[in-house]
Write a protein that binds this ligand. Structure first.
Ligand code: ATP
Ligand code: MG
Length: 250
């Protein structure tokens, strides 16, 4: 295994929210260069998994472990997890009033890559380049993060953050929901451009449409807080046709 290749190992992860156990022993390993899709019925715990991985304060880990490149993340703060290279694009991105998108990106980048000294003009050049690629106007840079952004604009801004911040493991929670057909294509192109041997993806989705454009190697199905089935891309197609009942009864 090359040194730069990342590996996220989730072992028997259990988590609860408001004293209710939601994750009941999740096992999943995501390596650099792999694209995993996570599917599952509403309420299965997919968003809970993403939020628990990022250390969201509402979710309490009650068992198991999360390791990134051998480093235990289970008791780390969200900032430390982000610095370790984890990135989550939210199902419902929140707005951050008073923080301009441009300064947000600059600050977050410095925290993530303290060793890199990228001149401001070069950094802004990168941002403008990718703004275009995700189909956002330059005026978005001077707006507060997600403030008044439409649903689809928020999703595009999340993808912009991903390509600019350059994390090692990317979790995308329903990045495809609420995107129009053109935006879906732009977003899929950006994901494919960012995809490399070093980066691992976990793409949470209900539909195989985005998977057609991205091509996951692995498809996992989360049911009632546990991975109930692992398969290949064809599994996503079968689920779209047949739903989840047949998996539940197996
Ligand atoms: N703050 C909370 N208080 C009580 N229950 C919660 C809370 N947050 C989440 N839950 C419950 O946890 C369960 C899992 O929710 P989660 O959002 O992880 O599902 P999901 O798989 O992402 O579903 P969807 O496909 O609808 O996005 C749900 O039953 C939800 O109601
Ligand atoms: Mg969800």
């Amino acid at each position: 295994m090359s040194k730069s290749m990342s590996e996220l190992i989730i072992k028997d992860l259990r988590a609860s929210v408001a004293d209710k156990e939601i994750l009941k022993g999740v096992n999943l390993t995501i390596r650099g260069g792999e694209i995993h899709a996570l599917m599952g019925p509403n309420g299965a715990g997919k968003t809970t998994l993403g939020s628990t991985l990022m250390g969201h304060p509402n979710y309490t880990i009650t068992g198991g472990s999360i390791k990134l490149d051998g480093k235990e993340l289970t008791n780390k703060t969200p900032e430390e997890r982000a610095r370790a290279g984890l990135f989550l694009a939210f199902q419902n991105p929140v707005s951050v009033t008073g923080v301009k998108l441009s300064s947000f990106l600059r600050t977050a980048y410095k925290q993530l890559h303290p060793e890199e000294k990228v001149p401001l003009s070069e950094f802004q050049g990168r941002i403008k380049d990718h703004l275009k690629k995700v189909g956002l106007d330059e005026e978005f840079l001077s707006r507060s993060v997600n403030d008044g952004f439409s649903g689809g604009e928020r999703k595009r801004a999340e993808i912009l953050q991903m390509v600019i911040l350059r994390p090692k493991i990317v979790i995308l929670d329903e990045i495809d929901s609420g995107l129009d057909v053109d935006a879906l294509k732009l977003v899929a192109d950006e994901i494919r451009e960012y995809y490399s041997q070093e980066v691992g993806f976990l793409i949470i989705t209900h539909y195989q449409r985005i998977l057609k454009n991205i091509d996951p190697e692995f498809v996992h199905v989360l049911i009632d807080g546990k991975i109930a089935m692992n398969g290949e891309k064809s599994l996503a197609l079968k689920i779209e046709e047949d739903g989840y009942d047949w998996i539940r009864s197996e």
